[in-house]
Design a protein around this ligand. Structure first.
Ligand SMILES: [Zn+2]
Length: 109
């Protein structure tokens, strides 16, 4: 344990302390760990980016549904078609969900 000088009042306080014992000012800890939770470094997509990605996600979803409709009929390769359809629907739905969450998040700011 080392003593550091408080940036506010200059009092020597433990570097393990998160606040100054003298004035209560928050201290920069030597651990390097930020006590304030930080958002992920990659910035969330802007509304324009969401608007650009949304049609793609919807297209993937619609393609999956169309393929599922085709696979419903006794056609050649129906098994593969239904597999791809399921894949497209899952991918499209989760993509759409992510975009909706981002859109909801950007609305709050
Ligand atoms: Zn202080």
């Amino acid at each position: 344990m080392a003593l550091i000088a408080c940036s506010e009042c200059g009092r020597a306080v433990s570097d393990k302390a998160t606040t100054c014992v003298g004035c209560g000012a928050p201290l920069a800890t030597s651990s390097g760990i930020d006590l304030v939770p930080r958002r992920s470094k990659s910035p969330p997509p802007t509304r324009a980016q969401i608007k650009r990605r949304l049609p793609v996600a919807v297209t993937v979803l619609v393609l999956g549904i169309l393929l599922a409709a085709i696979a419903d009929r006794p056609v050649v390769g129906a098994k593969l078609a239904s597999f791809v359809a399921a894949l497209l629907i899952i991918a499209g739905l989760s993509w759409l969900l992510v975009l909706l969450v981002h859109a909801a998040g950007s609305r709050q700011r």
